[in-house]
Design a protein around this ligand. Structure first.
Ligand code: FNR
Length: 377
């Protein structure tokens, strides 16, 4: 029997959930989730890249016992799947991050909680209640005291690591959002971590008489720091004993710099095609970066993963684990059950694909499992 045992209906695909989200959500909210920056060239490349690699299955091997677990940093994960940080989730469902985090926790899937979540990091970790590891994603504010406070709060609340997003010195050129004049933070979603932060409140709401929405201009002013540089990582290292993972690396030299600066892990990512349009796919960057890193620190990847075989390809090209963003947010249209449905489906697909690839252990997936599509000769 498979180690990951699920039951139910697995027929609803990410594409179907996307269609449900499109039907259900107001157009500005749906487009905020689904779109990429610029001409959406990178958004398309992220999914297309998976078609450029072929899995080579082995046959006539005993695949009756399977193990999807992986070791990542200090944690044993039951599967190599994690939920990427996605902000402002109450624009999709009133229970937002609480529903997503709980749905993931019930399946033992780690949740990465965004700085711009609609519930505080403490509320989210309480909801997860130790059922699965969780990580805090830091948009490094343009005020180090607030950054330090966020990190200290995450450590106190039991988060297993700090994911520092480094591809967002400012927001990408998101044409659909500009067209709708829609910026989720203006709706009051995504500000809970600031409203609950003692340092932010003491600094920017000194008399304590600003209501939540009135604090938005100050939050917007300090949310993203444009002058963040590598040397600040040494300062961050002093703030916490938690693992530090950089999210948003696409360059091999940057990956080696990250290693030099002592980070504990890297998430190869172009932010789901939402930051710089025109970059290559995350999968392609992963293959190049994995060659340089040679297993010295864990590598994760996100961007374009929609099905089980995509996960196998990412692991074969050097990832220790993968994250998904939009797929679970489309499921969140129907709350926790929707999130669980899409995750269950993806994991069942992964388990099935692993077996038919002729492998039994996720941890044994390596470069020999894939080859680059050459076209017909
Ligand atoms: C994101 N992403 C993101 N990343 C981050 O570090 N902090 C954040 O707050 C957000 N917010 C966010 C909102 C929405 C609506 C989306 C779709 C994405 C990027 C996310 O973590 C991840 O890199 C991508 O979503 C991965 O690509 P896929 O799986 O969506 O193709």
């Amino acid at each position: 029997m498979a180690a990951f045992d699920v039951s139910g209906d697995y027929t609803v695909t990410v594409e179907e959930w996307e269609a449900i989200a499109k039907r259900t959500l107001p157009a500005p909210a749906f487009d905020y989730v689904a779109s990429g920056s610029g001409a959406e060239e990178t958004l398309a490349k992220n999914t297309d890249a998976f078609r450029r690699w072929d899995i080579i299955p082995k046959v006539l091997t005993d695949v009756s016992e399977r193990d999807l677990s992986v070791q990542l940093l200090n944690e044993k994960l039951e599967t190599p799947l994690m939920l990427a940080p996605v902000g402002f989730q109450t624009i999709v469902h009133p229970d937002g991050e609480l529903a997503a985090a709980r749905g993931a926790a019930e399946l033992k899937i780690p949740f990465v909680s965004s700085t711009v979540s609609s519930f505080s990091l403490e509320e989210i970790s309480a909801e997860i209640n130790g059922q699965a590891p969780c990580y805090f994603q830091l948009y490094w504010p343009a005020d180090d005291n607030v950054a330090a406070s966020f990190v200290a709060r995450a450590e106190a609340a039991g988060y297993a690591g700090i994911v520092v997003t480094v591809d967002t010195p400012l927001l990408g050129w998101r044409e659909k959002d500009m067209h709708h004049r829609y910026f989720p933070i203006e709706t009051g979603a995504g500000i809970a971590n600031f409203l609950n932060d003692p340092v932010f409140q003491a600094t920017y709401n000194q008399d304590g008489d600003l209501r939540g929405n009135e604090q938005i201009p100050a939050i917007k002013r300090i949310l993203l720091r444009q002058n963040l540089t590598w040397d600040r990582l040494a300062w961050l290292r002093q703030q916490t004993t938690l693992p530090i993972i950089l999210k948003g690396i696409m360059d091999e030299e940057d990956a080696l710099l990250a290693l030099d600066y002592g980070v504990d892990g890297i998430i190869v990512s172009n932010h789901g095609g939402r930051q710089l349009d025109g970059t290559g796919s995350a999968l392609e960057a992963l293959a190049l970066i994995a060659n340089k890193i040679q297993g010295r620190i864990p590598l994760l990847v996100d961007g374009g993963i929609r099905r089980g075989p995509d996960i196998i390809k990412a692991l074969a090209l050097g990832a220790d684990a993968v994250l998904i963003g939009r797929p679970y947010i489309y499921g969140l249209t129907e709350g926790k059950q929707g999130v669980k449905a899409i995750l269950t489906s993806l994991l069942k697909d992964l388990d099935t694909s692993l077996a038919i690839t002729g492998r039994t252990h996720i941890s044994s997936i390596n470069r020999s499992v894939v080859r680059q599509y050459q076209g017909f000769k």
